[in-house]
Design a protein around this ligand. Sequence first.
Ligand SMILES: [Zn+2]
Length: 180
Amino acid sequence: MLSIDAEHTVYACVVEFIDKAKVGALLGSWMLNYFGPGVHAAPINIELQDFLCDIMKHCLPRVTISSGYRTPRHNTEISGADQSGHTMGMACDLSGPPDDLEWIMEKCLKEKVPGLMIHDTFIHVDFLPRSFIRDLRKNAAGEAGGIMGKPAAGEARPPLNEGGGGGKSPGKRRRKNGAR
Ligand SMILES: [Zn+2]
C-alpha cells in the first residue's frame, strides 16, 4: 500500500522533465552526466538546475556530475539511500579538484541550499527541504559525521539521514553515513 510520510507532506518542490536528446544545446553537454544509466528523460528540480548551470559557468571542465538522476532500481542497485533526492530529481553529486569543491560548498552555504553532504571525494548537493548540512569527511582518527554549519533556513531541523523518515522504520535497511 502506498503511504505518505506525514513529515514530508508539507513540501512542494517544482520539478521539470528534461530530455537527454535536447539537453546539450539548452544546458551544455556537461548535463548529460546528470542522466543515470538507461535514462533518456529525467526530472530535475528547477533550483538544482539553476544552481548547476551557475556552477558550471565557473567550474567547467574541472567539475563533473558524478551522480545525478537515478531510477529507483538503479538507486537500490548501488545501495543509495531510501527515498534519495537522486530518485526525485532533487540531488546530485559533484566531483572535482578540492579548490572547486570548496568554492561550491561556500556557494551552498551562502545561498542556503537545503542539503550539503561533504564526502572525501565528492559533495552531495540536495534541494529536498528535509536535507541538512553534514561533513562526512574522515578526520585524522578516521572518524566521520560532523555537522558543519547550521541548518540552512535557520530552523532547528532534526539531523535526518538521507534515508528520510527520521528513523521511524528501524527494520528497514538504512545507510549509516547519510547520502550518496
Ligand atoms: Zn548523492
